[in-house]
Write a protein that binds this ligand. Sequence first.
Ligand SMILES: Nc1nc2c(ncn2[C@@H]2O[C@H](COP(=O)(O)OP(=O)(O)O)[C@@H](O)[C@H]2O)c(=O)[nH]1
Ligand SMILES: [Mg+2]
Length: 413
Amino acid sequence: MTVISRPGRSKRVLVGVVGKPNVGKSTFFAAATLKDVQIADYPFTTIKPNMGVAFLRTKCVCREMGVTDKPRNSVCVDGNRLIPVRIVDVAGLVEGASQGRGLGNQFLDELRQADALILVVDASGSTDMEGRKVPAGTNDPVKDIEMVEREFDLWVFGLLKKDWQKTSRSTEQSGGKIVEHLANRLSGLSVALGDVETALLRLRIRAEKPSKWTDDQLMSFVVEVRKLTKPSLIAANKSDLPTAGGNIDRLKQTGRRVVPCASEAELLLRRAAEHGLVGYTPGDSSFSIKAPEKLNPPQSAALAMVQDRVMNGYGGTGVQDAINGAYFGLLNSVVVFPVEDETRLSDKSGSVLPDAFVMKGGSTALDLARAVHSDLADTFLYAIDARSGKRLSADHVLGNREILKIVSGGKRG
Ligand SMILES: Nc1nc2c(ncn2[C@@H]2O[C@H](COP(=O)(O)OP(=O)(O)O)[C@@H](O)[C@H]2O)c(=O)[nH]1
Ligand SMILES: [Mg+2]
């Protein structure tokens, strides 16, 4: 079970923002984590500087349920619930990072903890492979994706290859299981035994004779494990620049999940919203100018550009879509609303729909109980769906926007 967003001890899901230098990772990160919304019960207190809190945007259940209370662990803006989730701005990666070039090892170390990746590319093609500025349209962002994934794969391959001869032979001789060795070796990368088994099965690589595996087989295993455990989407950034359009089409032709992004525009809009100059909620496809008299000419021009190229051109800045895409699209997350009183939809103190929990797809009612409080899971009896009043068992798979009460035998129940 994986809890994505809650205060407390369980492992929380982390989305990494990765890419080569100067594609706009930090701008994306700054835009996504700018707190123009106030949250009282802030779930992530001490975090490293490159760790940040972004928000997942989903339709709130408040209107359906006729609720007007202010939530506790998240905010509700015009019927949209914004729920804090973690993201990490990973150091820029260049070719050769797997051999320690650039900030190679730092990059890979930060990447290890991520459960899904937002792979940022410069869709305008104005950054070369080293991150240097080049004339717009001259760099191919499709190559950026290949480079970043290749470096990751080479690094993992290197980890496994180092003592492969020895371990594969000794595993065979002792009757040990290579899947266990592999899972052990890769556990720091959030790779589980099941992932290793699935990868080998898909590739039809025989686990009995690891000493006979070719380098190509070992590499194909690494690639498969990456796809399983680090799913990614492409944030095609700098979509506001004229050369981006063609590249975005080509990126889409690779069959990958592509989100056109204008991080700088998102940052501008969020700052302007913070200062009361515009009306804008992250993820909106439009904004309104609230105080035209307070805008200076450059600000007016910048907002007009955003309106023209970004809002009219792409229907939004894409930053919120990328965050939502990572959590909902790649990780199949669901948002659930735990309550203690299923008729009032409140917690013990009477707060109505105080919390929204983000849970990884496939999580069960028991997982939710564990996320709320470990005692609740230990003495779990059943859950109640607040809408229907139906009882649900421990293995009920959580649906998006469910409102649930957990009934337990413990004193908290
Ligand atoms: N036109 C445009 N420029 C951007 C955008 N996002 C970032 N940039 C610029 O790209 C450069 C590199 O941005 P930065 O976030 O530092 O990239 P990082 O090295 O990947 O973290 C800076 O000059 C940014 O102002 C965008 O959406 N549009
Ligand atoms: Mg940066």
